[in-house]
Design a protein around this ligand. Structure first.
Ligand SMILES: Nc1ncnc2c1ncn2[C@@H]1O[C@H](COP(=O)(O)OP(=O)(O)O)[C@@H](O)[C@H]1O
Ligand SMILES: [Mg+2]
Length: 314
């Protein structure tokens, strides 16, 4: 009897130990290069990257996913809803400030009260006029709805009706030409920009670093996503929790890792390792897929595995 119990306990402990971030990372590294499987019949995926904490690797993940999809020959759109415009900068698609002919992402989310409503442009599909190409290093398959600081004003905008529905509406029709739309959200608790991103999305992914901020960011983002999904026109699929910027094992990180797998039942079997080359690629505004080092390869494989998981999401 006792031996049976002991056997169960050992089996349980063994199963648990295969789920740690470092066990997953080791498996990823032994696998070698991962191939992208993005089925032709898959409808456009609009993926929101969501955490209510900053510094957990949201924008880096967004940039990595864009790089891998584009390198595989797919058309990609990046939507940067964070007024700090980190993703916009990495994609080298900085929006000119002030008045221009082109509408900006901020304009899509804002209704100018000074204009006669009958003169306002039709919002449906208007995103097609606000996109700009990514910088030359990114090839010609990457388009960007660029962030700018003025986006921050939308959080306190009390006059534009239905702000949260405007991004979805402006992408209607236009989104079909992309295989993947990555929506980078600001780390703002339950704000209007987060709402706009989630209502436009078909899928949501929750990245978290193995520390207190990572855990809280995921926990709070899930609450907001649950609330928003009730108002969602279709279904918002939760892909799961992704452990990011995974550092070498320490007691503290191990403890956080255990809290992730205990608290969330959809922690993914993929992790994003910490690699300095990720910062370097961002600073140089080049896609990580163009770097050839082993570290860059580790990241590309991890991003590819994330995309494969999304493509398989029920
Ligand atoms: N895989 C990684 N390896 C090393 N550094 C990373 C990695 N991912 C992100 N970083 C760094 O961590 C910091 C926060 O990442 P960022 O993507 O800006 O987070 P967020 O968008 O959640 O605020 C940045 O300095 C970024 O360069
Ligand atoms: Mg960011």
């Amino acid at each position: 009897m006792l031996t049976l119990q002991l056997a169960y306990m050992l089996a349980y402990m063994l199963a648990e130990s295969t789920r740690t971030a470092w066990a997953v990372l080791e498996r990823q590294q032994n696998q070698g290069t991962v191939q992208l499987h993005w089925p032709d019949e898959l409808d456009t995926v609009l993926l929101a990257i969501d955490s209510e904490k900053g510094g957990v690797g949201k924008s880096s993940l967004a940039g990595g996913l864009v790089a891998v999809m584009a390198a595989a020959g797919h058309e990609v759109l990046a939507v940067d809803l964070d007024p700090r415009a980190t993703l916009t900068a990495e994609l080298d698609a900085v929006a000119p400030e002030g008045v221009t002919e082109m509408p900006s992402l901020n304009d899509l989310l804002h209704e100018d009260q000074g204009i006669d409503p009958s003169e306002l442009p039709e919002l449906r599909g208007l995103a097609s006029q606000a996109v700009r190409p990514a910088g030359a290093h990114w090839g010609d398959r990457v388009r960007v709805l660029a962030a700018e600081r003025a986006l921050a004003h939308r959080e306190s905008d009390l006059t534009t009706p239905n702000i949260e529905h405007r991004l979805a509406l402006s992408l209607e029709g236009f989104k079909r030409q992309f295989r993947l739309v990555v929506i980078d959200l600001p780390p703002r608790a339950g704000g209007k920009l987060v709402g706009a991103g989630l209502l436009a999305a078909t899928h949501v992914l929750f990245p978290g670093t193995l520390d207190e901020d990572g855990l809280i960011g995921v926990r709070d983002a899930r609450k907001t996503a649950r609330r928003v999904s009730r108002a969602h026109p279709a279904a918002l699929r939760q892909v799961g929790v992704l452990r990011t910027i995974v550092e070498p094992r320490t007691r503290l990180a191990e403890l956080s890792d255990r809290r992730f797998t205990e608290e969330f039942d959809d922690v993914l079997d993929v992790v994003i390792p910490k690699r300095i080359v990720r910062r370097e690629a961002r600073t140089a505004c080049v896609p990580i897929t163009t770097a050839t080092t082993r570290d860059a390869q580790d990241l590309v494989s991890a991003y590819t595995a994330v995309l494969n998981t999304i493509a398989e999401a029920p």
